[in-house]
Write a protein that binds this ligand. Structure first.
Ligand code: G3P
Ligand code: CA
Length: 284
């Protein structure tokens, strides 16, 4: 089945366009996704949040100030209010080399619009962002995925740092493949020992097969950071052990070619990047 094929494809290397080709166009906008899609990435990555009137929008931050001309918390606004914002001009101001007048006045994107636009011609790697700030997000998301027939057709992965959010998605539809996100950092209080940030797994140095199996119980893969304040927090052994327990490892967010190469040598199963063009060039 297409869903089985999708899971099988996770065995090979996945190019994941982080918030679209967000190094070249304003993140989480149609322009950024169009570009990534044109280049032929494996997945369009996005963060899903919910408006005050229950619409699912594609947006990363909890607040709207960094990537729009508004301010305040995204969940306090209705979709209509958010649609009045300009989510493109900030990019031109911050990235004069990639600036394009076509980005000016770009409207916030709903998940429905994105799914309608690319349909079954893309795969989507959707994060349930800040679940405690987005009540009802999982229900609304699963409804959209079912409506667009993206689950059995093998078109979607749902990712989250919050295990509870993934389990909720699983309860709503047990066929949705899930990715557990973790963020590792050295715990200075414990002499540089690596500890986990999400309470989902112990740090890479202590993680056991049982810990990986506990994730493999509900998820088809793991998404992790690579570097924290200049220090590498995972290595090839971590990736091998995850793989041996049936979990591909995707690393976020890798933008420099030398780091991409290093992680590929370590056997990583996919990379989230704002520059999918650089990654595609490397794997050609
Ligand atoms: O979803 C993987 C990666 O995007 C997690 O970090 O903050 O960019 O959503 P963030
Ligand atoms: Ca994300």
């Amino acid at each position: 089945s297409p869903l089985e094929q999708q899971i099988k494809d996770l065995q090979s290397f996945q190019v994941i366009a982080h918030r679209g080709a967000s190094g070249h166009a304003p993140e989480s906008t149609m322009a950024a996704y169009e570009l990534a899609h044109e280049w032929g990435v494996d997945y369009l990555e996005l963060d899903a949040q919910i408006t005050s009137d229950g619409e699912v929008v594609v947006f990363h931050d909890d607040t709207i100030g960094r990537t729009s001309d508004g301010e305040g918390e995204i969940n306090d606004y209705t979709l209509e209010e958010l649609k009045a914002l300009d989510t493109g001009t900030w990019f031109n101001e911050q990235n004069p080399d990639s600036a394009d007048t076509a980005f000016e006045g770009t409207q916030i994107l709903t998940l429905d619009e994105l799914l309608e636009h690319f349909g079954h011609d893309a795969r989507y790697y959707i994060e349930t962002k800040s679940p405690q700030l987005n009540p009802g997000l999982e229900e609304a998301l699963v409804a959209l995925l079912e409506e667009h027939d993206l689950i059995e057709s093998g078109r979607v992965l749902v990712q989250s740092f919050e295990q509870d959010s993934l389990l909720k998605v699983h309860e709503l539809n047990e066929n949705i493949p899930l990715i557990q996100l973790v963020w590792y950092y050295p715990n200075e209080e414990e002499n540089g020992r690596l500890v986990e940030w999400t309470d989902v797994t112990p740090g890479p140095e202590e993680i056991t097969d049982e810990d990986f199996q506990a994730v493999a119980d509900y998820a088809v893969g793991l998404g992790t950071n690579f570097i924290y304040e200049g220090e590498e927090v995972i290595d090839g052994d971590f990736i091998r052990q995850a793989n041996d327990n049936g979990l591909p490892v995707h690393v976020y967010t890798i933008n420099e070619a030398d780091e991409m190469e290093r992680l590929m040598e370590m056997g990583v199963n996919g990379l989230f990047t704002n520059y999918p063009d650089r990654l595609l060039e490397l794997i050609e």
